[in-house]
Design a protein around this ligand. Structure first.
Ligand SMILES: Cc1ncc(COP(=O)(O)O)c(C=O)c1O
Length: 383
């Protein structure tokens, strides 16, 4: 038989899936593995979708999305992100943040282009780059997980097309401050690059961290692809809805790709997203308070156990270093799952500099999180 698609075939299977496979059928497992908030999707999102289905809105939606939702997103981008857009030209709906990334890669890169990112970073960036023939230049994060901006600058070549940032970040929980953002933006402008800004965790911020959307900064809109999604804010990962804000030129290219690869997004669900966006943002206050408590529980317990741990500033992940325990992240993850039924993602799936790290999601109830920490403590006392 002739060779099947090499790029996809050669991509390793998701280690997160392997972890789920190990957990399958075991009721005793506590998962710190999944990137999904545990609160219920707000009612308006569900009711809006049901109402649309009851009106038989089951046919193709416009490729870019329904006008009412795009208009609502224009408002949201203006008030929350301070990004000025025109819904007719600058916004496209996607199947989650994942497809927003896919459209971004499809519309700005040519094979051989280079893209710079801080490492560790979200796993899909590495796979998409491989699928689209883009070379990833990984810049190791500093010990506090902040970006090494001087190294970023030094790694620019005539092939560099874009810098990709994800703040707040999965897996490290780092959130860029304004000074860092300004420096990155300067590099982008000085070197005529694009900036891909994945902002799917924009609302999960703690202490004094503040979200800055780079597209809102001077002369940056035309260079920035802003990615966001319904998934994390509304605990609606199964809705598969996300969106991109970018220049008309870029959105026009994305629309072409979208038309011939997905033909749009779920029509009825777009009405659910619309209703969710119309909710008062205060619905999220209590949720954020509860996530903050979990963050502090995870941070304090792990620190006491002797993990080298950076206090997360955003998202709902914590990424301890485990050098002192004499196991790699992969060994730690496999053993703690088998021996103590805790699902933890090994760091090595997030790039080349995280072999000795673990990623834990604390988007789980306090009692379970606390029990998971007890089990981790028992495990490290045994090794
Ligand atoms: C940084 C980041 N970007 C994008 C996504 C994809 O989001 P979605 O579930 O909306 O496809 C995720 C999901 O975990 C993520 O962590």
């Amino acid at each position: 038989m002739k060779e099947l698609a090499i790029k996809v075939k050669q991509a390793p299977r998701s280690k997160i899936r392997e972890l789920f496979d190990l957990a399958a059928g075991r009721s005793d497992v506590i998962s710190l593995g999944i990137g999904q908030p545990d609160f219920l999707t707000p009612k308006p999102a569900i009711e809006g979708t049901i109402e649309a289905l009851n009106k038989n809105i089951t046919y193709y939606a416009p490729t870019r999305g329904i006008p009412a939702l795009l208009e609502e997103l224009e408002q949201k981008l203006k008030t929350v992100n301070r990004i000025g857009t025109s819904w007719k030209d600058n916004i496209i709906l996607t199947n989650g943040g994942s497809q927003a990334l896919n459209l971004t890669f499809a519309s700005i890169f040519n094979p051989g282009d280079e893209m710079i990112l801080s490492s560790p970073n979200f796993i899909s960036y590495f796979y998409l780059a491989a699928f689209f023939g883009v070379k990833v230049i990984e810049i190791e994060r500093k010990s506090n997980y902040g970006p090494d901006i001087d190294k970023m600058k030094d790694s620019i070549t005539d092939k560099t097309k874009a810098i990709l940032i994800n703040s707040p970040n999965n897996p490290t929980g780092y959130s860029l401050n304004k000074k860092e953002m300004d420096k990155i933006v300067d590099i982008v402008k000085q070197n005529d690059l694009y900036l891909i800004s994945d902002e799917v965790y924009e609302n999960y911020l703690y202490d004094d961290s503040q979200h800055v959307s780079p597209a809102s900064l001077k002369d940056m809109f035309s260079r920035t692809i802003t990615i966001n999604a319904m998934s994390k804010l509304y605990s609606a990962t199964g809705f598969r809805l996300g969106y991109i804000a970018a220049s008309k030129e870029i959105i026009d290219i994305m629309e072409k790709y979208h038309q011939f690869t997905a033909a749009g997004t779920n029509h009825a669900a777009q009405y659910g997203f619309l209703k969710a966006l119309q909710m008062d943002s205060s619905f999220f206050d209590e949720i954020l308070m509860s996530f903050d408590e979990r963050r502090m529980l995870a941070f304090n317990r792990l620190s006491k156990m002797g993990f080298e741990v950076v206090k997360p500033k955003g998202a709902f992940y914590i990424m301890p270093k485990i050098t002192k325990f004499g196991l790699s992240g992969a060994e730690f993850s496999t053993r703690i799952m088998k021996e103590h039924a805790v699902a933890i993602v090994p760091g090595n799936i997030f790039g080349s500099y995280s072999e000795n790290m673990l990623r834990m999601s604390y988007a789980t109830k306090m009692e379970k999180l606390s029990e998971a920490m007890d089990r981790i403590e028992n495990f490290i006392n045994e090794i």
